[in-house]
Design a protein around this ligand. Structure first.
Ligand code: ADP
Ligand code: ZN
Length: 366
């Protein structure tokens, strides 16, 4: 089992290993003093792992109850949070009890948000079951739900007591979901770790064999990169913004398709566009775009919008994509700051004033 420390306030540890799922109850008992556990999960993950986890807790002498919600992003709203909270109240969950967030990014966001506000906050642990949640959303303490007006508009920063990453969960994950997480893995190579970037290049399609060594290495390096960033910038004021590489254009793509394209795949194409922009704006010191494109192709990830499943058939407008980029949270005083690559593994921030090159690059990734 590999252990990584996240130096936020409070600090916590992330455990990565094959089969660690089964030892969660004993590990929690040996470290924390708590009463019951509320396992918060979605309907799919409940059937795959939730009922089993409940049994493991009971075998360890811990009372456990499952609180589930329908799988899917459309559950990420206040109604779900209120309904889960009311079910927890009627089962008399209090501050001595613990929330276990079991599932992908959606379960983690909902359970973390609920834990942060239930009785003004009760402790929680995270058990991420998708690659995206393991390498991204479970690290850094962001929680939240969507409003009809937009995504993640209500939320908190709330750190878990511990994160348990079992690589075996990925064996049941659909290929598309694996790719969704793999794009964020590529991002860490691009922004922080050149050697990891070339490790992924050598790995290529072998990733999809999901061997234990490969999964552990890929997750460990990714979590280490993200933990390093959030340990230095807990609330997204400076450094943490480098994690937005690929996301400015990625979000514009998601908006164009009303969020019906997978996030990671939109980010993959976003990274291509932003690597290309690094060259047109003259900050790149090497051929970053071709390198990013080659790696994405090796890993069978999209490099163009038309490669994204679900993105066929719609005529895209560069103008409306630029408009949605300007509506982004990251726009400050009318200026859009984007993350560009100087080299593979080295970023810089760049204030965009001229949008003509941006439109040109967008045309190239359609
Ligand atoms: P994400 O982690 O991509 O942000 P979700 O939490 O919505 O998003 O998870 C994506 C889908 O994968 C959901 O339908 C969820 O139920 C399902 N899922 C989560 N973990 C697993 C797993 N280990 N095996 C199979 N399906 C899973
Ligand atoms: Zn992302």
């Amino acid at each position: 089992v590999k252990v990584l420390k996240v130096k936020t306030k409070p600090e916590y540890e992330i455990l990565i290993g094959k089969g660690i799922f089964k030892s969660i109850p004993e590990d929690m008992k040996s470290r924390f003093d708590f009463g019951k556990v509320a396992i918060i999960t979605d309907s799919n993950v409940r059937n795959l792992y939730g009922d089993e986890l409940k049994k493991l807790f009971e075998k360890a002498g811990v009372k456990a109850e499952i609180f589930d919600f329908p799988a899917g992003e459309q559950s990420k709203n206040t109604d779900t949070v209120v309904s889960l909270a009311r079910r927890m109240v009627s089962s008399r969950f209090d501050r001595k009890d613990i929330v276990v967030a079991l599932g992908g990014g959606v379960a983690g966001d909902i359970a973390g948000f609920l834990a942060s506000i239930y009785l003004r906050g009760i402790p929680f642990v995270q058990v991420p079951t998708t690659l995206l949640a393991q390498v991204d959303s479970s690290v850094g303490g962001k929680t939240g739900v969507d409003l009809p007006e937009g995504k993640n508009l209500l939320g908190t920063f709330y750190q878990p007591l511990r994160v348990y990453i079992d690589t075996d969960f990925l064996k049941t994950l659909p290929l598309l979901e694996l790719k969704n997480g793999l794009a964020e893995v590529v991002k860490y190579g691009c922004i922080l770790r050149r050697t990891f970037f070339y490790y992924l290049k050598r790995l290529g399609k072998k990733f999809y064999e999901l061997s234990e060594d490969v999964l552990t290495e890929v997750i460990f390096q990714s979590v280490k990169a993200k933990a390093w960033v959030v340990s230095r910038d807990e609330k997204e004021s400076g450094l943490r913004r480098i994690l937005n590489f690929g996301h400015t254009v990625g979000h514009a793509i998601e908006t164009e398709f009303d969020y019906r394209v997978p996030h990671g795949l939109a980010v993959a194409v976003g990274m291509v566009a932003e690597a290309r922009l690094s060259e047109t704006f003259g900050v790149a010191e090497e051929k970053v775009a071709d390198r990013v494109i080659n790696l994405l192709k090796e890993l069978e990830l999209p490099t163009k919008i038309s490669d994204i499943p679900g993105a066929k058939g719609k005529k895209l407008s560069e103008d409306s994509m630029v408009q949605s980029m300007l509506k982004d949270k990251k726009v400050w005083k009318g200026k859009l700051t984007i993350v560009l690559l100087k080299k593979i593994g080295k970023t810089c921030f760049y204030e965009v004033e001229d949008f003509v090159p941006v439109k040109e690059v967008l045309k190239e990734v359609v």
